[in-house]
Ligand binder design. Structure first.
Ligand code: C2E
Ligand code: CA
Ligand code: CA
Ligand code: CA
Length: 275
């Protein structure tokens, strides 16, 4: 048993070493990803529940690694966050997204994810202000999506940043709502304009009565606080009709469109929508 234990330990040690090397390798490659043109943006429509009309898009970062191919953001974003490269990457995303949205004929909203490190970094608000000025995107068309985890890191500083962002006219959405641990008090303490229900709940509304109850409760909360609620991860028309019957007004998910290069949505961006 003793030798077996040792062997198991060695096995884990080796596996962990491999994981660390993998991480370091991605971390290293990420540093040149912008310069090498490996990053791109995918856009996913956000639609009106009752009419299906598109109100805006969420921007999702994509990394096409030269040898590994596409790497998922849930793999590389945490690495970028830990190594600090999210700061440069986040600036690139924000600038690209605002520049793109400023060109559209229709004044659709553009939602950009912002990480904890970005939110609490020096000069973030000034960077956003300058980006809006440079690209000519009106501040009210930009929505910044922030998770609770990003607030908890340094709540005082996060609050100050959110207040400054509100002051320049940018909208704020609380992302992944329901997955954090003190959602209610955070909604009260921070100046959010919108609640985004996490897709883990939407996904289960038909199989799990608890998930359905949580979605109902979040919609009630939104009504009570006067905050619009958007549901993410809507994949089926059953999920959509549940949301509609519970008073949810906005939704996002594969049902309306998968995240894709903006070129795929060109008809939605012009003034004369045929739909
Ligand atoms: P998120 O902000 O919660 O984004 C929603 C995720 O759900 C996206 O995954 C999207 O592709 C996926 N999704 C959308 N509709 C559906 C659906 O109907 N069904 C299912 N199963 N999934 C759906 P993605 O693109 O892999 O991004 C994962 C996470 O990476 C995002 O979660 C966000 O936290 C982070 N991320 C992505 N882009 C950025 C970025 O530019 N900056 C930062 N800081 N984080 C980003
Ligand atoms: Ca998001
Ligand atoms: Ca607002
Ligand atoms: Ca989510």
């Amino acid at each position: 048993a003793k030798t077996e234990g040792k062997g198991t330990y060695r096995f884990f040690e080796a596996a962990m070493g491999a994981q660390i090397r993998e991480r370091r390798s991605l971390e290293h490659d990420l540093r040149s990803a912008i310069a090498n043109g490996e990053l791109s943006l995918a856009y996913q429509p956000q639609a009106q529940v009752d009419t299906g009309e598109v109100n805006g898009f969420e921007v999702l970062l994509r990394w096409n690694h030269p040898t590994r191919g596409p790497v998922s953001p849930s793999t590389f974003i945490p690495i970028a966050e830990e190594s600090g490269s999210i700061l440069k990457i986040g600036e690139w995303v924000m600038h690209e997204a605002c520049r793109e949205a400023a060109n559209w004929m229709r004044p659709l909203a553009i939602a950009v994810n912002v990480s904890a490190l970005q939110l609490t970094s020096d000069g973030f608000v000034e960077f956003v202000r300058r980006t809006l000025e440079d690209t000519g995107l009106p501040p009210e068309r930009l929505e910044i999506e922030i998770t609770e985890t990003a607030l908890i890191r340094d709540p005082n500083r996060a609050l100050l940043t959110l207040q400054k962002l509100k002051a320049i006219g940018v909208n704020l959405a609380m992302d992944d709502f329901g997955t954090g641990y003190s959602s209610l008090s955070n909604l009260r303490a921070f100046p959010f304009d919108k609640i985004k229900i996490d897709r883990s709940f939407i996904h289960e509304v038909h199989d799990n009565p608890q998930a359905a109850a949580i979605v109902r409760a979040v919609l009630g909360l939104g009504r009570g606080l006067g905050l619009p609620v958007i549901a993410e991860g809507v994949e089926t028309s059953e999920e959509l009709s549940f949301l509609g019957s519970e008073g949810c007004t906005e939704a996002q998910g594969y049902l309306f469109g998968r995240p894709a290069p903006i070129g795929e949505f060109v008809p939605l961006l012009s003034n004369n929508v045929v739909a």
